[in-house]
Ligand binder design. Structure first.
Ligand code: AMP
Length: 195
């Protein structure tokens, strides 16, 4: 499964909660990058420049990091990837990695929220966590990138009939319940073509 959503939509929180409920591992590219930054690894030092500016880390780094993570044993029974793919080139790369491993995506969840609400939430989060990419100019840039690049990713999965859109406004519990409903929704079967 994939979890897609604009910055501040709560995708990280929800991915963790779904991972617990479903017993599949949640993999967040943002979290992996932040762990590298914290550990001061060469990958972290390189990624930090892009993250602080609100830019995407280049595919040469990101794709290889995801490929090696998806080779680990704990993904054998499924996984929930949060924050990847964000570009159509990453969609193509993920297709190849999954095909090579004999895996396929069952469902892609998209969390939606209004831009103004997202900026409000992220500015609040900046005060709590001190994340270096949560200031207004960088937040607006990350939202622009989402609209310019990641919405095309969403469209690709919609064409394949595996996209489930869930309104990310509301309480954390309610949103988790809506996501669980979307995963279990019978319409997935008919839209996906009789699977
Ligand atoms: P997130 O925690 O998902 O908001 O990700 C934080 C930052 O990590 C992003 O703003 C990007 O700089 C970087 N990042 C995470 N996932 C990707 C990705 N799939 N492609 C490129 N950069 C990414």
């Amino acid at each position: 499964m994939l979890m897609i959503g604009p910055p501040g939509s709560g995708k990280g929180t929800q991915a963790e909660r779904l991972s617990e409920r479903l017993g599949v591992v949640a993999i967040s590219t943002g979290d992996i990058f932040r762990a590298h930054v914290k550990g001061g690894t060469p990958l972290g030092i390189e990624a930090k420049r892009y993250m602080d500016a609100g830019d995407f880390v280049p595919d040469t780094i990101t794709n290889e990091m995801v490929r090696s993570r998806l080779c680990q044993d704990d993904v054998e029974d499924g996984f929930l990837l949060d924050g990847y793919p964000r570009t159509t080139a990453q969609v193509d790369y993920l297709d190849q990695v999954l095909a090579r491993g004999g895996q396929q995506l069952d469902v892609v969840l998209q969390l939606t929220a209004d831009d103004d609400e997202l900026v409000h939430r992220l500015l609040g989060r900046a005060k709590e966590t001190g994340r270096s990419d949560d200031n207004e100019a960088v937040i607006r840039h990350r939202l622009d990138l989402y609209h310019e690049q990641t919405e095309a990713v969403v469209a690709k999965y919609a064409e394949r009939g595996i996209l489930r859109k869930v309104d990310g406004h509301g309480g954390i519990e309610d949103v988790t319940d809506k996501l669980m409903g979307a995963i279990e929704s019978p319409s997935r079967v008919s839209i996906a073509g009789g699977r």
